[in-house]
Ligand binder design. Sequence first.
Ligand code: SF4
Length: 176
Amino acid sequence: MADTLFSLAEGIRKCTACPLWRSRTLAVPGEGAGKIMVVAEAPGVEEDRTGKLFMGRSGKFLDEMLKMAGLDRKNIFLTGSVKCHPPQNRKPVSRELKTCKELWLDKQMSMVEPELIVVLGGVALKSLLNKSKVDDLHGKLIDGKYFVTYHPAAAMRFPSVRKKMEEDMTVLKRLL
Ligand code: SF4
């Protein structure tokens, strides 16, 4: 499996299929192992610079949340809805999400064959389930496979969101 995911990552690093390639420094394919997949939104400034997801403060925060669910970064496959940093940190538009999902995210999902996919925030929710309201769906298992919660950036910013995300993590722990 590693070789195939590795080749996909190589393809992602060279991809120019949507306009986001123009604003990236490094594409961020995602990485990891195991049967739990975690899908975030788009690479931020630091991720664009390093080519890795959730570094620094946001990485520590995500690790803390994962721990509450009994998960460890070593045992998950972590990736984004799009793999390139959008200009001015804007959200990816529908067409970019669709292109990147069809070209890369769907293939990553078929290779990882996840038993459960943790959907982090509205962008991932839109990409994977074509729905927009995290508030309506968080803490729930959708279609027997997708567990929806908030994006760590929102939880770090707003204590009320953090509380809801922490509650979601305890629900997730029970599900796993
Ligand atoms: S965001 Fe995805 S589809 Fe768009 S250029 Fe990057 S890898 Fe390709």
